[in-house]
Ligand binder design. Structure first.
Ligand code: FMN
Length: 199
């Protein structure tokens, strides 16, 4: 696909069919998702990947069987792959304490960071994963972990000091997507968004 077509055709997919994602296809997506820019070239990013039956460990930690019965997007649980971009705040603090970065003051602690680059870099990775998915004929949804983050981390053995930025469900889109209320909001126009020469 042309790059512009990949970007403009991407829409969040919230229901998947049961077809597994071939290993080579998934590896191509993951390989692109790790080739992202990184502040200070810190590379404090890891990707936790669950495939097939492994995804049950994620859902068991985040969606009780009671809530599951009334969950509005049951087809999301059919996603054959879940990718969790996990950031390491400590790696960024450490990197910015090195000689070439120490003058920034960001090597002191996480609280010095007005923009936490560990989330920025992980978000870049999530975006690349979603665009790579579209390029491979797949669909994807990025969604938040919210109050389930500690349970998900525990279930998947993610170290205590790491922060997942969210979860990407990935697979072949099922017929008949149910859009979320958010996704029906109209896109702001080019002229509304773009401020040439200043705000
Ligand atoms: C940071 C972030 C968090 C999101 N969280 C959720 C979520 O928890 N559940 C969901 O269904 N969609 C979620 N979305 C998807 C948005 O609702 C969606 O991107 C938006 O409505 C625009 O639709 P589109 O991406 O299909 O163009 C999230 C998107 C982003 C970027």
């Amino acid at each position: 696909m042309q790059f512009a077509d990949v970007v403009t055709s991407r829409r969040m997919v919230r229901a998947f069919d049961a077809r597994p994602v071939p290993a080579q296809v998934l590896d191509r997506v993951l390989d692109l998702a790790r080739r992202v820019p990184a502040a200070g070239n810190t590379q404090g990013l890891d990707l936790v990947v669950l495939e097939g039956a492994e995804t049950a460990r994620y859902w068991d930690a985040s969606l009780t069987h009671e809530r599951r019965a009334s969950f509005p997007w049951p087809g999301l649980l059919d996603a054959p792959v879940l990718i969790i971009p996990v950031s390491s705040p400590a790696a960024y603090v450490e990197r910015y304490g090195e000689d070439d970065k120490v003058r920034t003051g960001l090597g002191v602690s996480e609280s010095e960071w007005t923009v936490p680059y560990w989330y920025v870099d992980s978000a870049f990775s999530a975006m690349i994963a979603m665009l790579a998915a579209v390029d491979e004929g797949l669909g994807a949804l990025f969604f938040g972990q919210f109050e389930h983050e500690p349970a998900i981390k525990q279930a998947l053995g993610i170290p205590e000091d790491r922060r997942p930025v969210g979860t990407i469900a990935l697979g072949y889109a099922a017929e008949g997507q149910r859009p979320s209320a958010s996704s029906t909001r109209p896109r702001r126009s080019f002229d509304d968004v773009v401020h040439r020469g200043g705000w």
